[in-house]
Design a protein around this ligand. Structure first.
Ligand SMILES: Nc1ncnc2c1ncn2[C@@H]1O[C@H](COP(=O)(O)OP(=O)(O)OP(=O)(O)O)[C@@H](O)[C@H]1O
Length: 278
């Protein structure tokens, strides 16, 4: 056996003896063998003694589109903050795939691992064009030091063109982002995540403040992304949730109250109670 083959064999053995339970998982590769892309178990977070997240357990399958609903203060945003490393839980388990312990990674590392998050308020660069915003998202900080134009590979240009079509802003590509409507800014921000090809996409209230027509277009966009990316959507707009949802998780007081189709959870007495505040 050649030294190269021996070395490769050694690498595979070392990987197999790691936390992959006997499977060979290369560094940075997502292990989906357990059928979960995201896994939270018994997570707790308190803010000054107030239990914002209280024994939260949830798992998301690869390619799944999950909607998270729940009354104000249920812990939805805090859950997103925990997944993305913005808030550290007091205890609990948070895994990305079978082997990546997210609690051992920084916010920047988690983004690098392929978890993209869209916040409630769009944070596009208003003075830059739609295309430049996408280009910046694709290239990260490297684009700031290089000339913005003419540094993309053909493959990268194809990716930007594809995303522009998906978010339906191809006619607006040279327009300053600051001149877009609220809905268009939200789509641009989703596009800025998509160019990075995230494995898991977290969308926090994507249709807040949108017109009915913009909401419908956003539903179409998310349904197009379904299956290509694993997606978690937090949303209060039940019409929108009904349009896109397969499985819905209801959070209340920091833990899962109910799970199922939207019709199932809406018929659940406990869910009705927390929404009506009885
Ligand atoms: N940094 C913080 N310090 C203190 N309390 C916090 C902090 N972040 C969240 N909370 C509290 O934790 C609880 C859960 O908040 P969170 O924003 O996660 O709820 P939510 O379900 O996203 O609500 P909404 O639907 O209103 O956005 C709330 O009572 C909130 O006031």
């Amino acid at each position: 056996m050649s030294p190269d083959l021996l070395e490769q064999g050694g690498e595979r053995l070392r990987a197999a003896s790691g936390p992959g339970y006997g499977r060979v998982v290369l560094p940075g590769q997502l292990d989906l063998a357990h059928g979960r892309i995201l896994y939270l178990e018994d997570v707790h977070v308190s803010f000054d003694g107030f239990r914002a997240i209280n024994g939260l357990s949830i798992d998301i399958s690869p390619g799944e589109l999950r909607c998270i609903i729940g009354p104000n203060g249920a812990g939805k945003t805090t859950m997103m903050d925990i997944i993305t490393g913005k808030t550290r839980p007091d205890r609990g388990t948070v895994f990305f795939g079978g082997t990546i312990d997210l609690l051992r990674h920084s916010e920047a590392q988690i983004a690098q691992l392929g978890i993209g998050r869209k916040f409630q308020r769009p944070t596009v660069f208003e003075a830059l064009s739609v295309y430049e915003n996408l280009e910046l998202a694709l290239q990260g900080s490297r684009a700031l030091s290089a000339s913005l134009w003419g540094v993309l590979s053909g493959e990268q240009r194809d990716r930007l063109a594809e995303v522009l079509m998906l978010i339906r802003l191809q006619d607006q590509m040279t327009r300053a982002a600051g001149l877009l409507s609220h809905g268009q800014k939200q789509w641009l921000e989703i596009g800025m995540l998509l160019v990075q090809d995230p494995k898991l996409l977290l969308l926090d209230e994507p249709v807040a403040g949108m017109t009915d027509q913009e909401t419908e277009r956003t539903a179409e966009l998310i349904l197009t992304l379904k299956g290509r990316h694993s997606i978690v959507v937090v949303e209060h707009d039940m019409g929108f949730v009904d349009r896109i949802a397969e499985k819905v998780t209801v959070l209340a007081e920091g833990s899962v109250l109910a799970e199922g189709s939207l019709a199932q959870v809406q018929a659940d007495e406990r869910v009705i109670e927390v929404y009506l505040g009885r």
